[in-house]
Design a protein around this ligand. Structure first.
Ligand code: RAT
Ligand code: ZN
Length: 418
């Protein structure tokens, strides 16, 4: 096949085309396929009620938290809109994201007419809307966050056969099991797993059976957990024991990676509910220990604190069973995406997963990806120009290959599904 060499002056165009034309696999989201019913959030009220925006709204407000939570979703959305978009300029990443999304749907953001935006979403049908969002976002498929301890989700898996839309993949989320064993244990018992409060061999093997059952039922691409800054391993705790005797063996057995999302300080402000979590620096030694101790298990890792990013890159240079992914949550802002991704490109080349959306509302796929795509495209152009300056000749095909690795290929290879 003839290769098309790229002239230095054409790099921007070719990269922009490659980045906008590549369909993304979004490896970590909180959205669901349509048959999960009300678990799939979409529309303007959900966009405005996003917990990132609730946290920002309450900074301006003296309304008692309970009063805010007592309002309907619709009223909460009105309040967020008034506070963050009308009374102040909506420059924060999460605010701008709402506007990017409305604009992409062809709505006129200059009117500031919330009723008009509501009317647009009101006439959308969920199935068509999913298609439209995936198309606008340039997303091919998404990985959900699937928690067998969430009773409404469980019901869909058990009685309705789970996902029917091939664009939605599952990830088995283990926060319920690993971070609150006292609550998980009686539930496991109720569901027919012969576990005990004591960590006996039988308890371990029953938890492994539970994991294998759910990996199969969900056809999970990976298992995942979010962890606090003081996460330690090995550790004489229920989490440490379950990790060592159940989760790691289950990952090995099923041949799927285990994703660790490290650095969340849960509910530093209880009254903010879902918006009340914070961040703390974590210990990279734990990641290095896991990768060294279990070379036959693959770990996907993202860390929440900016301070952990450099050492995480270095750890990935040392361990090929470690896949660094995404700019998570409080890091999913242009200035930090740029800083962190540059560090990763310069230390790891193309061998990482630069971003996931973490979308909780379907429509957020539109802005999260449009914002990240732009930043990544600009960065890549710059790196290719630097290569060209050395005399290196790059082809269009190579640029497309690299972009396709970053936006999906690296993930599918790591989960060994393609
Ligand atoms: O980013 C978020 O929406 C957080 O609330 C969390 O869900 C986080 O991404 C997680 O997966 O724990
Ligand atoms: Zn998440």
């Amino acid at each position: 096949m003839r290769q098309h060499l790229v002239d230095e002056t054409a790099i921007d165009n070719i990269v922009t085309q490659a980045v906008s034309g590549t369909k993304i696999t979004d490896i970590h989201t909180h959205i669901y396929s349509a048959n999960f019913g009300p678990l799939l959030l979409w529309g303007i009220d959900e966009l405005l009620d996003y917990h990132y925006l609730v946290a920002e709204t309450m900074r301006w407000s003296d309304m008692p938290y309970d009063q805010f939570w007592a309002m309907s979703k619709h009223e909460q959305a009105d309040y967020v809109w008034k506070t963050l978009f009308i009374e102040h300029s909506p420059i924060s990443e999460s605010c701008r994201g709402v506007l990017t999304t409305l604009d992409a749907f062809g709505l006129d953001t200059s009117t500031r007419n919330l009723a008009e935006y509501r009317a647009f979403f009101d006439q959308e049908k969920v199935g068509d809307h999913i298609d439209r969002v995936f198309e606008l976002a340039g997303v091919e498929s998404v990985v959900m966050t699937n928690d067998p301890f969430d009773l409404s989700e469980r019901e869909v898996w058990e009685s309705k056969g789970g996902v029917q839309d091939p664009r939605f993949h599952a990830a088995l989320r283990l926060d319920g099991l690993l971070n609150s064993w006292e609550k998980a244990m009686p539930l496991l018992k109720k569901w027919g797993y012969n576990v005990e409060g004591q960590f006996t061999d039988q308890t371990y093997s029953e938890v492994r059976r539970f994991l294998a059952d759910w990996i199969n039922r969900m056809n999970a691409l990976y298992m995942a957990v979010s962890l606090p800054p003081d996460f330690a391993f090995p550790e004489d705790s229920s989490r440490g024991r379950l990790l060592e005797h159940c989760v790691i063996p289950a990952a090995r057995e099923a041949g799927i990676p285990f994703a660790l999302m490290i650095g969340v300080k849960k509910l530093v402000n209880l009254e903010l509910r879902l918006a009340g979590d914070s961040v703390g620096k974590s210990d990279i030694n734990v990641v290095e220990y896991l990768c060294a101790e279990y070379p036959d298990v693959r770990f996907m890792v993202t860390m929440l604190s900016r301070e952990n990013q450099h050492e995480l890159c270095i750890a990935a240079r040392k361990f090929r069973n470690l896949m660094v992914f995404g700019c998570w949550w409080f890091l999913n802002n242009p200035s930090l995406i740029e800083e962190i991704s540059k560090m990763r490109f310069e230390l790891l080349g193309m061998s990482f997963i630069p971003q996931h959306s973490d979308a909780r509302v379907l429509d957020q796929l539109v802005y999260k990806w449009s914002h990240s795509r732009k930043i990544i495209a600009d960065m890549l152009s710059d790196y290719y120009k630097k290569l060209a300056a050395t005399g290196w000749k790059i082809t269009e095909e190579e640029i497309r290959r690299d972009v396709s690795d970053l936006f999906g290929g690296n993930f599918w290879r790591f989960v060994q599904r393609r």
